[in-house]
Design a protein around this ligand. Sequence first.
Ligand code: AMP
Ligand code: GLY
Length: 425
Amino acid sequence: MNILILGSGGREHALAWKIAASPLTEKLYCAPGNAGIAKEAECVAIDVADHSAVIAFCQSAKVDLVVVGPEVPLCAGIVDDLEKAGIAAFGPGKWAARLEGSKGFTKDLCKANNIPTAAYERFKGAAAAKEYVRKHGAPIVVKEDGLAAGKGVVVAATIEEAEAAIDMMFDGGLGKPAWEIVIEDCLVGEEASFFALCDGDTAIALASAQDHKRVGDGDKGPNTGGMGAYSPAPIMTAEMNQRVMDEIIHPTVRAMKAMGAPFKGVLFAGLMITKDGPQLIEYNVRFGDPETQVLMLRLMSDIVPALMAARDGQLKNFDLRWYPDAALTVVMAAKGYPGSYDKGTLIEGLDVAAQTEGVEIFHAGTMTKNGDDVFANGGRVLNVCARGKFVREAQQRAYAAVDKIKWPSGFCRRDIGWQAIAREK
Ligand code: AMP
Ligand code: GLY
């Protein structure tokens, strides 16, 4: 098969690495890709927002399957457009992608189907929103309704902070003025990332994972897209997995089908595991980044038949096998991230680092110049991943590789996996 991946991050590099290893893959393309992906796939400079350009490329290159990485093209309906043109695509259509594209939509769906999630209210104006906050008290969580590249959530410790967040969102602080916000109760517990492969009807859970969202050691500082991840997540026991499937994933898949927007693709539930059980924080309609990097290292089965089965509605009798080993990834980011940072700084030592036992390096924001020299080209730049018998061993290997990378303009957290390792002791 000829396969095209859309996207350019560490998630897409991990997917490319796994898809390239499939005996079913004849030719692999990625648009636009990055310096690491270029070793697994032919990178093509197409603007993913231009759906007719993507379709034209698929027709000329005889692409049999398109795998969409990020949420923006999914919410823009690229899967619908590809399928309309007769090209098979993995991922949800535009209506099903509302699970990520509109927080209000998802909260209402949860309420209507008894899916556990924080109590909430939707607001179209600042005055009513502030009144609600004053009545409810803090801590409280303020969220912009639409896609906001991970920046649309403020966990406010005080009423003043919540009011400032409300003004910021309605005043266009996240790009354009919010048309609606959601205000919800603050959940207390441990977070986990839960992934289910869905075919519109059937959902099967992938291996469990946790990521570290805060920029600094000890989970301090501002939120980021994710500074590291590991799998398995010790908090996700078999019993907890089953509860998540029964209480959250299956009811969602049923509800989406019933409203004529069947969900196909990867349903990614951000969970809070509270003392009363799992609560849905939010849905994403795609693979997680950097969780996918560790999941791909642990996936024993060929991923291509799984993606096809999800797209074809054939997951019913499907099974995925996983290596029992743990996997962990450390994100190396440009100094300044998640604020402003420099691009174009030189990274050396990648080949030596990649030879560390159990290590695989996936590129996120990189580019090559002058032949093979690798330069930083984004905020999150590298994912240094490793397998190990336990999370602790995977962590040791990943940091051994990190220490061989010469990139004075980069940084990483030094404590990825601490929660899991504390439980392993
Ligand atoms: P989201 O973009 O919805 O995943 O939110 C980003 C982060 O904000 C989550 O990973 C949580 O750490 C935090 N968060 C969001 N909603 C809540 C909530 N209701 N209670 C506590 N923390 C939350
Ligand atoms: N790691 C969280 C995300 O992909 O949104």
